[in-house]
Design a protein around this ligand. Structure first.
Ligand code: ADP
Ligand code: ADP
Ligand code: ZN
Length: 217
């Protein structure tokens, strides 16, 4: 199962990718997570990406294409993968097509998650994650069962992303509309596109995605 979750920042891609990854036993490939790990490690990629990410702009196609090319070749992707946050430009989509074709592979579905802009701003500004296991939470939409304690690993240490602030959100939304939203038309024309109502609850969005995947697999 080779899958893309497509949608604006805050749409719920990471949340659903984690659920699907656990259910289906295939990895979540988040270029955002990989770039944040590179920034933390202080690698050359991290050094090139840090300021661009903090400003809410897109990292260069060359960098993210190389990251995904290497990642897809890894053994744990042999049974499939869930792309979360890649591709984000037409050039990245074309590069992905090329790398899959050269390996005799193809996409099973591209799932577009539709969420209103106002809701996205609220989701991004309330987002935080467990610093130990990466579980995602939200100030009002998804609180841990015990306040201040991660449901998954019991840690009491949480982090917020430096780019999840009101000033950067608009730049990120602009980048989405300018560079990423054309991919909706691209995948529609290729016959891969399915859309779900991302305004629904986390459980209902998950059920809608499962419904789509059960038809394609
Ligand atoms: P993305 O990966 O698309 O940027 P996330 O999965 O990180 O988005 O979700 C953004 C925030 O919104 C998180 O804090 C998450 O807990 C919350 N969230 C995700 N899906 C929903 C939903 N369907 N309804 C309400 N809140 C949601
Ligand atoms: P979100 O889904 O909330 O926008 P991500 O974690 O997917 O957040 O991405 C965070 C940042 O990392 C982006 O704003 C961008 O700077 C960079 N990034 C992630 N994926 C890509 C990509 N495929 N192409 C270019 N930049 C990317
Ligand atoms: Zn945790």
């Amino acid at each position: 199962m080779n899958l893309i979750l497509l949608g604006p920042p805050g749409a719920g891609k990471g949340t659903q990718a984690k659920v699907l990854s656990a259910k289906r036993g295939i990895p979540q490939l988040s270029t955002g997570d990989m770039l944040r790990a590179a920034v933390k490690a202080g690698s050359d990629v991290g050094k090139a990406a840090k300021a661009v990410m903090e400003a809410g702009k897109l990292v260069s196609d060359d960098i993210v294409i190389k990251i995904i090319e290497d990642r897809i070749a890894a053994a744990d992707c042999a049974r499939g993968f869930i792309l979360d946050g890649f591709p984000r430009t037409l050039a990245q989509a074309a590069a992905l097509d090329k790398m899959l074709t050269s390996k005799g592979r193809s996409l099973d579905a591209v799932i577009e998650m539709r969420v209103n802009d106002g809701e996205l701003v609220g989701r991004i500004s309330g987002r935080y994650t467990c610093s130990k296991c990466g579980a995602g939470y939200h100030d009002t939409n998804l609180k841990p069962k015990t306040a201040g304690v991660c449901d998954s690993c019991g840690s009491t240490d949480f982090v917020r992303r430096p780019d999840d602030n009101a000033a950067t959100v608009t730049t990120r939304l602009m980048a989405y509309y300018r560079e990423t939203s054309p991919l909706i038309g691209y995948y529609f024309c290729k016959g891969n596109l399915k859309s779900v109502d991302g305004m629904a609850s986390i459980e209902d969005v998950g059920a809608a995605i499962e419904g789509i995947l059960n038809k394609v697999s």
